[in-house]
Write a protein that binds this ligand. Sequence first.
Ligand code: PMP
Length: 354
Amino acid sequence: MRKHNFGAGPGILPESAVRKTQEALLDFNGTGMGVMEISHRSKDFDAVLSKAKLLVKELLHVPDSHDVIFLQGGASQQFAMVPMNFLKTKAAYIEQGTWSSKAIKEAKNIGEVVVIASSKDKNFSYQPTGYSIPKDVDYLHICSNETIHGTQVKNFPDSPVPVICDMSSDIFSRPVDISKFDLIYAGAQKNMGPAGVTLVILKKDAAGKHGKKLPAIFDYKTHLDNNSVYNTPPVISILVCMYTLEWLKSMGGVDGIQKVNSQKATLFYNEVDSNPMFTGTAEKNDRSPMNACFLLKDPALDEEFLNLTKKAGIVGIKGHRSVGGFRASMYNALPLESVKVLVNAMKEFANVKA
Ligand code: PMP
C-alpha cells in the first residue's frame, strides 16, 4: 500500500510512472541494458529526450518563440544562472518568501538588485500586489508559488520588462501563458518528475545576449544549441519526467489536472476553515492549491495530531520550521482520495478533542 504522501518535495509521483521506471531499470526498451546504463547519445535516449520535450511543449502550449531545455543543479542553480545571463545593469525582484529571497541573495552576488515589493512584514503570508515595475531594469524575477509559506501568485503582472519566473512548485498544475515570460524554470521534483533535472523554458532570442565571457556550462545558449546534451544529462530523471508527463496527458493535461487540484484544495481549505481546531496561515486569496500551510490553534497538540495522521497512512505533513504547524502539499500526483483521508483525520481529531 502506498502512503498518502503530502511531502513538499521530492513529492509523490504517479504510480504508473514509478512502475514503468522500475521495469526500465533492468531492461530498457528491450536493449538488455538498464536505462542508467545506456549512452545519452544513443537513439533510445534520444527518443526519450525528444518525447519529454514534446510533452512539455504540448502540455504547456509552449509557443514557437520559446524552447525547452533540461539542466542540472536544481532551481538553486537557476538563482545564479538567471542573473549571470540576464543581469547587465539592474534587475527587479519581488520578495515573496524563502525561495525568492534566496534568488535575490544570489542575484546580489552578480549585480544590482532592486526589491520592488515584499511580504516579509507578515512572514510572507501573502503575495505582494500593487507594485509598479521600473522600466530601467533588465528583467523582473517572480516566484509563482512559495512552497514554504503556501502562497501563490494568481495573476501575473503585465510587465514593461522581460519576466523570469520560478515555477518549481506549481508548474503543470494550472494553465500559464508562456509567451508572457522570457524564462521559466522549475526543479522537477514536485510536479514533473524526480530531483536531478531542472526544466527551463526560454525565449530563444533572449539567450546569449549577455555580452560576457561566461563559463559555457552556465550559459543558456550552450544548452539551447546542444539540445540539452552539451554534457551528460540525468538520463533516468528525464525518463521519469517523460513517464510523468505521459500520465499527465492521460489525465486530460494541465486543464484536466487543474480541475482535480481545485477539488483537492477546496476540500482541504474548507475543512481548515470550518474545523474549530485548525487555522490557515496564508491570506485566503493567496492560498496555494499546491502547498497548504495550517496550524492547530493549540500547538501543544501537534504531536498527538501527527500520531493520528500517521496511523491513517499520512506522511510528510510536518510544517517547515519557519512557519511551524503543518503543510499539506497536494501536487498533481496526489489523489483526491488522500486529501479525503487527511480531512477525515482532522474531523476525527476535532471529535476526539471536543
Ligand atoms: N524554488 C522553489 C519555489 C522551491 O520550492 C524550491 C525547492 N523546494 C527551490 C526553488 C529550490 O530547488 P532545488 O532544491 O531544486 O534547488
